[in-house]
Design a protein around this ligand. Structure first.
Ligand SMILES: [Zn+2]
Length: 674
């Protein structure tokens, strides 16, 4: 009997294997349409991407072939809806490749990158399609909703900005540039990951844990070694060296900008951002840099005083001066002396599960969001946790998943990803989003307890702010829903959410000692808040320096033909000198591991963090005036910003909330710079 069963089982297995269809090409019967990660195999991705490209091409062809007069409903709405299958595949692919990287995933990305780049070019350089889009754009728009007008504007601009108006020779060149760039950008990202893993192997800590490790390492020689290894990533003359690749990418970006009629990549990129041009960004950053460096110089004096005590005690040789590798360590010593804040005392109150309770409680109080953990749904890694968000009336807001802890296969840093965007489908169904937050927070110990640093907690609130922006959105069109807003506007909502992390009323509800359940003592809370303004000269300087370095690269109008790998060092040194950076500080990211600007879409956009902080601190000052937990104001914030996505111009939204233009006072005060 047993044998027969096995025999049939074998046949069944064989049959089901032969008939197995690619899960991407089936309708997902999973709860809430969560991707069936457990069913997906490496071999499924490439055919699914190809099928997704074909399907979207057929949708585009149908729009072009339609005999209907061009209108929003006959051209723009179907264009916005197109590419669902492709989005279904890439939503999973990018999520998994950044968190579960391996040679197989790298090969998949390498194979599909040029296909996707060519596909996008094929769409946005399709002259026939553009004619129809332009006809709708140039016609009377007064019958359209504001959201429809914004969708139309964004789609029209995407065609223009992707070269639809160029002649054939220029289009051919542009397509080649885009394809080459996509491959090289991907390689830069992989090199940074490999170099970061090498750092981890050498020092036993991930690059995300580097700042904390630097504060804790008393051995100065070791600090210097770690600093040099960290800041030389992508610059070691090995297989992962990014220098030549970066020069290649910059040449391609400059050429592309010039084909598009701009002097430099920065102006091309900034054309459709809030800031609009490089002069505005440069002036904005120069002002901040001045205030930040002045503060940083005062911080050096405080640190040198502590170092002098070490010299007196015979720990360091006479004449020792603060160097870039001393900053974290001595800042921590000053912090302890001035604020008596020891991270070892705060960490037990920030167990990862408790911190999540804090995130969710804030969203409940402010926006009326209920969060419920759901099990038995597919995940791409056992460490991933899934939550369902609803309103009190039971309506679904969306699905939220967290993937908080480091793995070798995971890219460094923290980010939010859309696995599925929100939109209303043709039948009128509101398709709710699926959003993931990824982090590299302090890993759990052998008992599974993860105690987060103050910085980790802030990052968790930051990424959940992005998630809320993606989740609470109530748009009709994917083009503008959720976080589909200008790059220098998107960080407003992540940073805004950080403002709530250490409010005493919220801490009382979540910051409980993981062993005793004791609520974090008030004096410790006071210390956290006092210390939050500490060291901001350094923090702002290194952030602002990286933002300026990004701008300098993208303001270039040429890379000399004979530029070799030494070009980057010389360029960086000159940029740092011109921006008034002091020797004790280097930019938060140096060129060869500046993932944001060379591989993550923040080129000429890293300033966006500071730009957005002006807006978020200004908006939060209204909460400080009304009471931080003012529910009416929070609902107004949700309706004005979080539900609207990109369906209105950022400045119009901002002014409608504040009743005036943005002011920088709250930002400068928040960073302790005034
Ligand atoms: Zn962010």
């Amino acid at each position: 009997m047993k044998k027969i069963v096995l025999f049939f089982a074998a046949i069944m297995a064989f049959v089901s294997c032969a008939e197995r269809t690619n899960p991407f090409l089936t309708e997902w019967k999973t709860p809430y349409g969560i991707p069936p990660f457990d069913q997906i195999r490496y071999a499924d991705y490439v055919p699914a991407v190809k099928a997704g490209i074909e399907a979207q091409q057929a949708e585009i062809d149908a729009i072009v072939a339609s005999q209907e007069a061009p209108s929003f409903e006959s051209v723009i709405a179907p264009f916005d809806r197109s590419g669902c299958l492709l989005a279904k595949v890439t939503g999973v692919l990018y999520n998994v490749s950044e968190t579960e990287n391996c040679p197989e995933m790298e090969a998949i990305i390498e194979e599909v990158t040029p296909l996707l780049s060519a596909h996008e070019d094929g769409i946005y350089m399709n002259g026939e399609l553009y004619k129809k889009v332009a006809a709708v754009y140039e016609a009377d728009q007064s019958a359209l909703t504001r959201e429809q007008q914004m969708v139309l504007k964004k789609i029209y601009e995407a065609f223009v900005r992707n070269g639809v108006g160029l002649d054939e020779a220029a289009q051919t060149e542009l397509k080649q540039i885009n394809a080459d760039m996509a491959v090289k950008i991907n390689k830069i990202g992989n090199n940074i990951l490999a170099e970061s893993n090498a750092f981890k192997q050498e020092f036993g800590i991930s690059v995300s844990a580097y700042p904390v490790a630097m504060t804790e390492t008393a051995d100065r020689a070791l600090r210097e070694k770690m600093f040099k290894a960290y800041s030389m990533r992508g610059h070691n003359g090995n297989d992962n060296d990014n220098r030549a690749l970066i020069l290649d990418v910059m040449r391609l970006r400059i050429r592309k900008a010039q084909i598009m009629g701009f002097d430099n990549p920065a102006d091309y990129i900034l054309e459709n951002k809030m800031a609009h041009d490089h002069q505005t960004v440069d002036a904005f950053l120069a002002d901040i840099m001045k205030a930040a460096v002045a503060k940083a110089k005062a911080e050096v004096v405080d640190m040198q005083a502590v170092m002098d005590e070490d010299i007196k005690a015979g720990v360091l040789p006479a004449g020792s001066k603060i160097q870039p590798w001393d900053w974290w360590y001595y800042a921590e010593r000053v912090r302890k002396a001035k604020y008596d804040l020891d991270e070892n005392l705060t960490k037990p109150f920030f167990e990862a599960g408790n911190v999540k309770k804090g995130l969710f409680q804030a969203a409940k109080t402010l926006y009326g969001v209920n969060v419920e953990k759901i099990d038995d749904v597919p995940v791409y890694n056992p460490a991933v946790e899934t939550y369902k968000l609803t309103y009190d009336d039971g309506s679904l807001i969306g699905i939220f998943t967290t993937d908080y802890f480091p793995r070798d296969s995971k890219r460094g840093g923290a980010w939010m990803n859309n696995v599925r965007e929100q939109y209303v489908d043709e039948a009128g169904n509101d398709i709710r989003p699926i959003i993931v937050n990824v982090g590299n927070f302090s890993a759990p110990d052998e008992n599974g307890v993860a105690l987060l640093s103050v910085d980790n907690v802030e990052t968790a609130f930051h990424e959940f702010g992005h998630a809320l922006h993606g989740l609470l959105t109530r748009c009709h069109y994917k083009t503008v829903s959720g976080t589909n807003v200008a790059r220098d506007f998107v960080e407003v909502f992540s940073q805004f959410n950080e403002n709530f992390a250490f409010q005493p009323e919220l801490l009382a509800q979540y910051a409980k000692h993981y062993q005793t359940g004791e609520v974090i003592p008030a004096d410790l809370v006071a210390k956290i808040n006092a210390a939050s303004k500490f060291n901001q000269g350094f923090m702002t300087t290194e952030l602002c320096a990286a933002s300026i370095l990004d701008m300098k690269w993208h303001e270039l109008t040429e890379i000399p033909a004979d530029a070799d790998s030494s070009f980057i060092d010389a360029f960086e040194a000159k940029a740092c000198q011109e921006m008034g950076l002091i020797d004790e500080i280097i930019p938060r990211y140096r060129t060869t591991y500046f993932n944001h600007i060379f591989s993550s879409g923040y080129s000429a956009g890293y300033y966006g963090y500071l730009w957005a902080e002006v807006l978020d601190k200004d908006a939060f000052s209204k909460f400080e005036d009304h009471g931080v937990w003012d529910v009416d104001l929070a609902r107004q914030f949700k309706e004005t910003f979080l539900e609207k996505g990109g369906s209105e111009e950022p400045m119009i939204l901002f002014k409608s909330f504040m009743g005036r233009e943005p002011e920088t006072d709250a930002f400068l005060r928040g960073r302790g710079l005034i």
